[in-house]
Design a protein around this ligand. Structure first.
Ligand SMILES: CC(C)(COP(=O)(O)OP(=O)(O)OC[C@H]1O[C@@H](n2cnc3c(N)ncnc32)[C@H](O)[C@@H]1OP(=O)(O)O)[C@@H](O)C(=O)NCCC(=O)NCCS
Length: 160
C-alpha cells in the first residue's frame, strides 16, 4: 500500500530524534555505532535548533512516524576542495524507499538552501547518484576519498 507523507523541519519533528539516531547507528556504524566517534543524538539536536545551517528536513507518515531524513551541513567530504554546504545524512527507512521520499527530501533541502541565499549545494554519494541526477544535480568531475572508496561530488546550482 502506498502511504503519503509530509516533509517538516527537524525542529518541528524533534520527537523523531531518538528513532533517527538509531537509524544512523545501524546505517553508519563506524561513525555512529557504539565504538564510533560520532554522537547521533548530539548531531541531530544541533540540526534542530532553527538557526540556519546545519539544518535537517524529515519525512513523516500520515500517522507521524519518521520515514526519512536529509541534512544540509557546512562540513563534509569535499570541504577540503573549498566546496559546501553538503546534502548529507540522507537516509530513508528501507520499508519506505522507492516512493519518492528521497526526492522530496532532496527538494526540501534545496528549498531550505535557496531560502538562505545559497547559490550551490554539493553531495558526495554512491547510493543516491541516480536520484540526484534526476533532480538536476551535475557530476562536478571532482571526487572525494571516503571509507567506501573514491566517490563523485555532485553539485546543484540553485539558480537554475
Ligand atoms: C538513497 C535513498 C535516500 C533514496 O531514498 P528513496 O526514498 O528510495 O528515494 P526515491 O523514492 O525518491 O527514489 C529512489 C528510486 O525509486 C524510484 N521511485 C520513486 N517513486 C517511485 C514509485 N512511486 N514507484 C516506484 N519507484 C519509484 C525512483 O525513480 C528512484 O529510482 P532509481 O533507483 O533508478 O534511482 C535511500 O535508498 C537510502 O536511504 N539509502 C541508504 C542510505 C544512502 O545510500 N544514502 C545516500 C548516500 S549517503
Amino acid at each position: 500500500m502506498d502511504e503519503s507523507f509530509r516533509i517538516v523541519s527537524l525542529e518541528d519533528g524533534r520527537n523523531a530524534i531518538p528513532v533517527i539516531a538509531q537509524w544512523f547507528c545501524d546505517q553508519w556504524p563506524t561513525w555512529y555505532g557504539p565504538d564510533g566517534p560520532g554522537d547521533a543524538i548530539a548531531d541531530l539536536e544541533g540540526w534542530a535548533d532553527g538557526s540556519g545551517i546545519p539544518l535537517a528536513r524529515i519525512a513523516l507518515s500520515e500517522t507521524g512516524d519518521p520515514m526519512g531524513i536529509a541534512a544540509l551541513k557546512p562540513d563534509g567530504l569535499g570541504e577540503e576542495l573549498g566546496l559546501g554546504p553538503f546534502l548529507s545524512a540522507f537516509y530513508v527507512r528501507p520499508d519506505c524507499r522507492r516512493r519518492g521520499v528521497g526526492m522530496a527530501l532532496t527538494r526540501a533541502i534545496e528549498d531550505a538552501a535557496r531560502s538562505l541565499g545559497i547559490a550551490s549545494v554539493y553531495g558526495v554519494t554512491d547510493g543516491a547518484r541516480g536520484l540526484l541526477m534526476r533532480a538536476g544535480w551535475l557530476d562536478t568531475g571532482l571526487t572525494a576519498q571516503s571509507e567506501r572508496g573514491v566517490l563523485p561530488i555532485f553539485c546543484r546550482n540553485l539558480a537554475s
